[in-house]
Design a protein around this ligand. Sequence first.
Ligand SMILES: Nc1ncnc2c1ncn2[C@@H]1O[C@H](COP(=O)(O)OP(=O)(O)OP(=O)(O)O)[C@@H](O)[C@H]1O
Ligand SMILES: [Mg+2]
Length: 236
Amino acid sequence: MKEAIGIKDVSKVFGQGDSAFTAVARVNINIRENELFTLLGPSGCGKTTLLRMIAGFEFPTDGEILLHGENIADMPPFRRPINTVFQNYALFPHMTVADNIGFGLRMLGKSKAEVSERVNAMLRLVKMEPMAGRRTSEISGGQQQRVALARALAPQPKVLLLDEPLSALDYKLRKEMQLELKRMQHETGITFIFVTHDQEEALTMSDRIAVMSKGQVLQVGSPRDIYDAPSDRFVA
Ligand SMILES: Nc1ncnc2c1ncn2[C@@H]1O[C@H](COP(=O)(O)OP(=O)(O)OP(=O)(O)O)[C@@H](O)[C@H]1O
Ligand SMILES: [Mg+2]
């Protein structure tokens, strides 16, 4: 299968000298096209830092990040065909659902007709058509989550980064959204890189998982591989 994102010997060191801290340590991962790939690990292990480097908000201290085989070090975040759903959703509260979803498309200079057509398609995908005209401050947490997803999917990125997008939801809604995310990934064919510290969530949703600890990747494999043949005690 073709590689979407290649992470080659990537390290990230914050600070200098005595206060230097290695948040990501020589990570190597190949993420394939159309897969739901999960970064799983405890708080502080470097998951968000790795996502931020893929998105281009942070630069690796060492190593390379490849998109379809090309080094993207010089490509600014807004030019990367990569979008992020942040943990807190970061929606614009004074804008309607529809305007939030269309925001990225307007930034890209798409025509009014194009924006409106695409926004409608996204509203259908996340089942938010009846709420298109509501402000995002007037909808529930789960609905905000769908809008954040729709906004990130609207410009048709090749890769979608999701940083613990379900952590604010209650158990039942979380289970529902896990299935919905899988469905959307299936329907759009976009590569999803999903971050969670919840192992059950990782095992049920992922095609493959990278288990991280202290900035390192300990094991990469399918949920079955990881569950049946953990590489060490930490992974187990
Ligand atoms: N800008 C920064 N400057 C210094 N240290 C940082 C910076 N950003 C992150 N770190 C440190 O790097 C480590 C990894 O942080 P990161 O946010 O990637 O963890 P995480 O795996 O996403 O954790 P969580 O599950 O809590 O979100 C942490 O120890 C954090 O304190
Ligand atoms: Mg994080």
